[in-house]
Write a protein that binds this ligand. Sequence first.
Ligand SMILES: CC[C@@H](C(=O)O)C(=O)SCCNC(=O)CCNC(=O)[C@H](O)C(C)(C)COP(=O)(O)OP(=O)(O)OC[C@H]1O[C@@H](n2cnc3c(N)ncnc32)[C@H](O)[C@@H]1OP(=O)(O)O
Ligand code: CO
Length: 133
Amino acid sequence: MKKIEHIGIAVKDIESANAIYEKLFGAPPYKEEEVESEGVKTSFFMSGPNKIELLEATNSESPIAKFIEKKGEGIHHIAFDVEDIEAEMERLQKEGFIILNEKPKKGADNKLVCFLHPKSTNGVLIELCQEIK
Ligand SMILES: CC[C@@H](C(=O)O)C(=O)SCCNC(=O)CCNC(=O)[C@H](O)C(C)(C)COP(=O)(O)OP(=O)(O)OC[C@H]1O[C@@H](n2cnc3c(N)ncnc32)[C@H](O)[C@@H]1OP(=O)(O)O
Ligand SMILES: [Co+2]
C-alpha cells in the first residue's frame, strides 16, 4: 500500500456539507460524482496532498444510509492507494482479512476499488484503490 488515497466522510446532505468544507479548505470541491452501484453522491476536496471524499446516500439501502442511521455522520472509511489491486486482495485474503467484494469494482474519481470488512480491521472500514490508467 503506497499511501492514504482519501478519507471518506458520511454526510446527510452533500450540498450543505460542501459549503462547510469549502469554507474549511478555502476552495470548492474539484469533482462531484454519483456512483449508482454504491448508492452514493460524492464530492472531492484537496487539502494540500490529502483528499477528502464526502458521501451522501442516494437510497435507503446504501451503506452510507445504514451507517448514518447507526452511527450518525462522520468518518466512514480510509482508502489506501495500491499499485495492483488484485494482487493486494489476494495477499490480504491469505493474511485473513475479510474482502467484501470478489472482484475490484468501479469507484469514484477514476479508481478500481475494494473494501475490507471492519470486523477484520479493528472496526475501521478500509478501501483499496487502484488508479485506472
Ligand atoms: C464512491 C465509491 C467508493 C470510492 O470510490 O471511494 C466509496 O467510497 S463507496 C463507500 C460506500 N460503500 C461501502 O461502504 C461498501 C463497503 N461496505 C459494506 O459492504 C457494508 O457497509 C459493510 C461494511 C459490510 C456493513 O454492511 P452491513 O453488514 O449490511 O451493515 P450493518 O449496518 O449491519 O453493519 C454491520 C457491522 O459493521 C459496522 N459498520 C458498518 N459500516 C461501518 C463502517 N463504515 N465503519 C466501521 N464499522 C462499520 C456496523 O456498525 C455493524 O457493527 P455491529 O453493530 O457491531 O455489528
Ligand atoms: Co471512498
